[in-house]
Design a protein. Structure first.
Length: 238
């Protein structure tokens, strides 16, 4: 069954060079609302490097538009993959790439934690780790990607071991460049809560300010640390 599901994902995640994906065993890691869904597919879509490279001291309108479009593309991708899997009686639950600004300011305001972390699914799939500014750092694209998840009831066998700790070592580029000073430089691992190394509220407030002052929008976006990270950096292509 794992091989069959793999073939379905490959059929839809095109062009292949723009994507990373993997299977995750999520047993015991999900909230009760996801009862029965013990496995997942993590999919990452590369951002356009030429757009990200233009982020110097704040987000651009081009980046904001691209970011939103990639989110829409990934949500459509999971819909199409799920429809194919459902035809073969494989039950799925799609988790959209992100929540709306209004939900962030209301439902998730107190914790800034959604019901399911795409980054957690991706680390369980062995695709990468969590960086010092709470970015997901993929082995292939660094942080220059967006993530989406599909939950499964059908068991799948992960092809890669989970990543349980940071591989950022002594690098502090994202910490030092963060305008919100939201990170303290400590390394992530699966036993370290986010609050021990990163202040999501400082980040959110800075992103909201950038939305107002740089973009003239009610948006929560930055991108400075995404552009600055040297991992997966490649200025030669999109």
């Amino acid at each position: 069954m794992t091989r069959f599901i793999e073939e379905i994902v490959r059929k839809h995640a095109l062009p292949a060079e723009n994507y990373i994906w993997g299977f995750a065993d999520l047993s015991g890691l999900l909230k009760n609302k996801f009862k029965g869904f013990g496995y997942g597919i993590s999919i990452g879509r590369k951002l356009d490097y030429s757009i990200v490279d233009k982020i110097i001291d704040g987000p651009t309108l081009e980046y904001h538009s691209h970011y939103r479009q990639i989110n829409k593309d990934l949500d459509l991708l999971t819909k199409n993959i799920s429809e194919d899997l459902n035809k073969h009686n494989i039950e799925t639950l799609n988790i959209d790439t992100t929540v709306s600004t209004s939900e962030l300011d209301s439902v998730y305001f107190n914790s800034l934690r959604t019901d399911l972390s795409h980054k957690m699914v991706a680390t369980r799939a062995g695709l990468g780790w969590i960086g010092k500014t709470d970015l997901f750092i993929s082995k292939k694209f660094g942080p220059r990607l967006r993530l989406v998840s599909i939950l499964l009831k059908t068991p799948v066998v992960p092809e890669s071991d989970p990543v349980n700790s940071s591989r950022c070592s002594n690098c502090r580029i994202c910490v030092d460049i963060c305008p919100a000073k939201a990170a303290n430089g400590k390394l992530w691992n699966t036993t370290v809560d986010r609050e021990k190394f990163f202040d999501a509220f400082k980040c959110r407030n800075q992103c909201a300010e950038f939305g107002r002052t740089r973009l003239g929008l009610d948006a929560r976006i930055c991108g400075i640390c995404v552009a600055a990270c040297p991992i997966g950096h490649n200025r030669t292509g999109k």
